[in-house]
Design a protein around this ligand. Structure first.
Ligand code: GUN
Length: 292
C-alpha cells in the first residue's frame, strides 16, 4: 500500500502558490483576495471557513470572512453577493454550504458572478468543465486530480467508481474522471443511494472515490485487490481524546482497506488538505484573470 499524502502534496503546491501570489502582488499592487460568506454557526462550516481563511494568509492572499446570523433573508444575501460581484478588489467569492432551509442554495450559486465563482459551483463553470473548457473546477475534485497528477498515477482506461452524487464532489468528480485528459479517460460509474448491488459496483472499481458522508461505509469486502482508494469523507464525532473535542473519520474503513489498496488517502491528512489547495489555485487564477 502506498499513501496518497495530502500533507506532503498540499505543502508542495502551496509553496508554488505563495511564489505566484507574491509575483501577482508585486505587479498588481494588491494581494489576491478571497471573500467567504458564512451564514449561521454550523460547527463543521466554522472549522472549514477558518481553515480556508488561515491558508489564504499562509500563501499571501487577502481573505475576508463575512458572517451573518441564521435569520438573514435570501434577498439580503443576494444583495451582498451583487455588491461583491461589482467590487474589482475581490477576486473570489464563496458562500459556505449548507445554508439554512429558507435560503435556496441554487439561487445563491447562480447569483455569484461565474468569474468569481472559485467554488466552481455555478452552472456556467459546471457546463464548461463538462466540455473541457477553461473554468473553475470544484475544489475537492480539483484537489483529488492534483494529487493523482502529483503521484503520476495512470488513470486512462481504468474503471472508476464514484460513490455519492453530490453537486460538490461526486457529480463533478465523475465528469473529471471521464474527461479526455490525464488524469482522466476513465470509464466511470456514478453510484448513489438508489444504486442496485452497490457492493458489486464498488468491487469492480480500479479507482474508488468515496463521497457519501458515512463513517467507514466502504469496507474491505467492497474493494478490489490493488484498487486506488480516495476517501472524501470528513465525518466528525465528539471525542475526549483530542484537543478540539472531536475526531474525524473517513467514508472508508482505512485499516482494513489499506491492506488491499495499491494507493489510499488517509483521513485526516488526505483529500481535506487538497480541497484547500484547489480553492487557493482557483482564487489565484481568478486574480490573474487566467480563465475569464
Ligand atoms: N460545504 C462543503 N464543502 C464545501 C465547499 O467546497 N464549498 C462551499 N462553499 N461549501 C462547502
Amino acid at each position: 500500500m502506498n499513501l496518497l499524502d495530502g500533507k506532503l502534496v498540499s505543502a508542495k503546491i502551496k509553496e508554488d502558490i505563495k511564489i505566484e501570489a507574491a509575483q501577482f502582488t508585486a505587479q498588481a499592487g494588491r494581494k489576491p483576495h478571497l471573500v467567504a460568506i458564512l451564514v449561521g454557526n454550523d460547527g463543521g462550516s466554522e472549522t472549514y471557513v477558518a481553515s480556508k481563511m488561515r491558508n489564504c494568509e499562509l500563501v499571501g492572499f487577502e481573505s475576508t470572512n463575512i458572517r451573518y446570523d441564521v435569520d438573514i433573508t435570501e434577498a439580503e444575501l443576494i444583495e451582498k453577493i451583487n455588491e461583491i460581484n461589482q467590487d474589482p478588489t475581490i477576486d473570489g467569492l464563496i458562500v459556505q454550504l449548507p445554508l439554512p432551509k429558507h435560503i435556496d442554495p441554487d439561487k445563491i450559486t447562480e447569483a455569484i458572478d461565474h468569474r468569481k465563482d472559485v467554488d466552481g459551483f455555478h452552472p456556467i463553470n459546471l457546463g464548461r468543465m463538462q466540455r473541457n473548457l477553461p473554468c473553475f473546477i470544484p475544489a475537492t475534485p480539483y484537489g483529488i486530480m492534483l494529487m493523482l497528477e502529483y503521484y503520476g498515477i495512470e488513470t486512462a482506461g481504468k474503471k472508476a467508481v464514484v460513490v455519492g452524487r453530490s453537486n460538490i464532489v461526486g457529480s463533478p468528480m465523475s465528469i473529471l474522471l471521464a474527461r479526455n485528459s490525464q488524469p482522466g479517460n476513465c470509464t466511470v460509474t456514478l453510484t448513489h443511494s438508489r444504486t442496485a448491488n452497490l457492493k458489486e459496483e464498488v468491487l469492480s472499481g480500479d479507482i474508488v472515490v468515496a463521497a457519501i458522508g458515512r463513517k467507514n461505509f466502504v469496507t474491505a469486502e467492497m474493494v478490489k485487490e490493488g484498487a486506488i482508494v480516495i476517501d472524501v469523507g470528513i465525518n466528525r464525532e465528539d471525542s475526549t481524546e483530542t484537543k478540539s473535542g472531536f475526531k474525524l473519520y473517513g467514508d472508508v474503513d482505512f485499516e482494513a482497506v489499506a491492506k488491499k489498496a495499491s494507493w489510499i488517502t488517509p483521513v485526516p491528512g488526505g483529500v481535506g488538505l487538497m480541497t484547500i489547495v484547489g480553492l487557493l489555485k482557483n482564487t489565484l487564477e481568478a486574480a490573474k484573470g487566467a480563465i475569464y
